[in-house]
Design a protein around this ligand. Structure first.
Ligand code: OSB
Ligand code: MG
Length: 383
């Protein structure tokens, strides 16, 4: 297989409901979409789901655009490959930039699966016909507002809810939700916002009594030692997200008992091949996994659905229907959750088609490798 042409679209969509985490509030999402056309004219799609700002990780939409044009596009156009891993090895010497790499990995896997006539889920070794979906709820102006959001998502059929927490927004809102819904599959995500201090330990002791499924990423990403000490003092499993960007990080987590649940994000780990290897390593260690989301548009969301069909994704994933975030997604049909589950497509590749008009309408710039050389100077505004 050889990719002959790449186009990158810089796409923005408004969120239907603002989303606030421990670091900031978002009202819209800006991701990059990748269209890869092979020598036979087959097309694969990928999504670079980096946040616009460097508060979740170091990458931004701009760093991803720059690394893509300067390194990943030329590497992808010059490789001859059969398996996606072979193409990925063309950029393995580039350090970091996992979100940027993940977009190209998804496009390669989509092409690979389409060429083989397989759904992406089957090409990855997935076994489920549908996957359990959970929703992630941001910090709200008040506890009453949060309770309204919880009711709304339960009414929509979701069975698992994750609450964003931050210092000053933790024990009280979580207790209120737990009181209103004693049996709900509930967990919290701090996005690394807590200092490792006696006050923090006291907060997590209180949360430990609320029968949460997990406490996600309480401390800074590189602080495995604090996560390990906390995990050993709690009954609730600690889940790592930002800490795990490669398999070495996962081995560190397992060796230090720094968490007992793993959030696998295709984007954070640099693509589908690494995500699949992390899934296998976690399964071997007896650590359950789920797939985290980055507010993906339909392409990245479809990749998340596909990876979630693997056997050790035993906890609900952040793969809510497109409508939780977007009035209109860029794929057709839109991704939908029914009774808290999303069907795994059986059509070849990602199983969704891109609406080209809608995509163009929401793109602020488009890069086309066929329009000239592959240097960083060809950024074309769409007509
Ligand atoms: O930590 O899971 C996170 C969104 C942006 C940055 C970090 C996170 C999130 C989410 C999104 O929680 C959940 C989703 O995409 O459904
Ligand atoms: Mg998280």
């Amino acid at each position: 297989m050889r990719i002959d042409r790449l186009r990158l679209f810089d796409v923005s969509l408004p969120l239907v409901h603002g989303f606030e985490t421990s670091s900031h509030r978002k009202t819209g999402i800006n991701h990059l979409l990748i269209e890869a056309t092979d020598r036979e004219g087959r097309v694969g799609w990928g999504e670079i789901a980096s946040p616009a700002d460097p508060y979740y990780g170091a990458e931004t939409t701009e760093t991803a655009w720059s690394i893509a044009l300067r390194y990943l596009v030329p590497a992808s156009l010059s490789a001859e490959w059969d398996e996606p891993e072979e193409l990925e090895s063309a950029w393995s010497r580039i350090r970091g930039h996992e979100f940027a790499k993940a977009g190209f990995s998804i496009a390669a896997w989509d092409l690979h699966a389409r060429a083989a006539g397989l759904s992406l889920a089957s090409a990855l070794g997935g076994t489920r016909i549908d996957v359990a979906a959970g929703v992630s709820l941001g910090i709200e102006p008040s506890i009453d507002d949060l309770l309204v959001q919880v009711e709304r998502q339960l009414a929509a059929g979701y069975g698992r809810i994750k609450l964003k927490i931050a210092p000053g927004w933790d024990v009280d809102p979580v207790r209120a939700v737990r009181r209103a819904h004693p049996d709900l599959d509930l967990h919290v995500d701090a996005n690394g916002a807590y200092p490792d201090s006696p006050e923090t330990t006291a907060i997590f002791r209180e949360l430990d009594a609320m029968r949460l499924t997990m406490i996600e990423q309480p401390f800074a990403p590189r602080d495995f030692v604090s996560h390990s000490a906390l995990q050993r003092s709690l009954d609730t499993p600690v889940c790592l997200d930002e800490s795990i960007v490669d398999l070495g990080d996962l081995r560190t987590m397992l060796a230090l008992d720094a968490g007992r649940v793993l959030n696998i994000k295709v984007s954070r780990m640099g693509g589908l091949s690494v995500a699949r290897r992390a899934h296998a390593l976690a399964a071997e260690a007896g650590v359950p996994v789920w797939c985290g989301g980055m507010h993906e548009f339909g392409i990245g969301r479809a990749a998340n659905v596909a990876i979630s069909s693997l056997p050790n994704f035993t906890l609900p994933s952040d793969v809510s229907g497109s409508d939780k975030y977007y009035a209109r997604d860029i794929v057709t049909p839109p991704i939908v959750a029914e009774a808290g589950r999303v069907r795994v497509p059986t059509a070849p590749g990602l199983g969704y088609e891109v609406n080209a008009d809608w995509l163009r309408e929401h793109s602020s710039r488009v890069f086309d490798s066929a329009a000239g050389n592959t240097g960083s100077t060809i950024e074309r505004l769409t007509a």
